[in-house]
Write a protein that binds this ligand. Sequence first.
Ligand code: GUN
Length: 296
Amino acid sequence: MIAEKLIDGKRFAASLRKRIAAETNRLRETYGIVPGLATILVGEDPASQVYIRNKNKQTVEAGMLSLGEDLPGNTSEADLLATIKKLNADPSVNGILVQLPLPNQISQNSVIDAIDPAKDVDGFHLRNVGLLSAGRGGMVPCTPLGCRILLKECLGDLTGLKAVVVGRSNIVGKPMAQLLLESNCTVTIAHSRSNNLPAICRDADILIAAIGQPRMIKGDWIKKGATVIDVGINRVSSKEKGKTCLVGDVAFEEAVEHAKAITPVPGGVGPMTIACLMHNTLVAACRQNGIDPPDI
Ligand code: GUN
């Protein structure tokens, strides 16, 4: 019963990566172009180290060039900006990703502003934010892009559906709302300060949880038959003493009783985010070479 309701992000991501690898191969064979992705990690946050390792590994597996810059935690903003400038000018680099969060001495906004918008595979630069909000393409942030792919796989056409996005971050909540709007949903953005959050959620055909609070969304906040996408990745202490585990923003065991379909944590949205990073790198490489990106 539960298994039928699970949205298997791992499987969808594997299939997406396969299509991306095939198109990357075609790009190399036809034009001699190998897409390149540079990642920058500042400091030694263990979760960020795991993400970056995964990203670099999957870049290579997709047939792309992977460059990784590991900078010490006390790197100055000027030094990081100089690294970005170097990568902006490097023609073998089509995409640049600076892992967030950054240490306190570095302004996140200054870093985002410094990345060439054409190489901004995160879609965080103001130019890309503006293009998305005006419905004019640009680079789309990976996590919301992955969520929309999952929704279309599960539901097909999203037109007319009521979508509630819980969370208003620049990385997920706001671009997610834009993408759902683009797909003709009726969109509500709610957040931790919204009045009567449970009632807002209960109205949703599509519920996106992106608040960063472990198991905050309860089962009875979910309309019978809704589709639930859980973006949260929260490390909590587990029932087994001394151990930790990952949980989402949704109380999964309760929610699965109400939902028609739901993403697990881990194995739901996470794998799609990295697959979409590969997608954006391929798109960036095509556009920088005046080639129409493939429809994947
Ligand atoms: N940290 C958490 N999520 C992300 C993301 O999507 N991109 C970057 N660059 N850093 C992150």
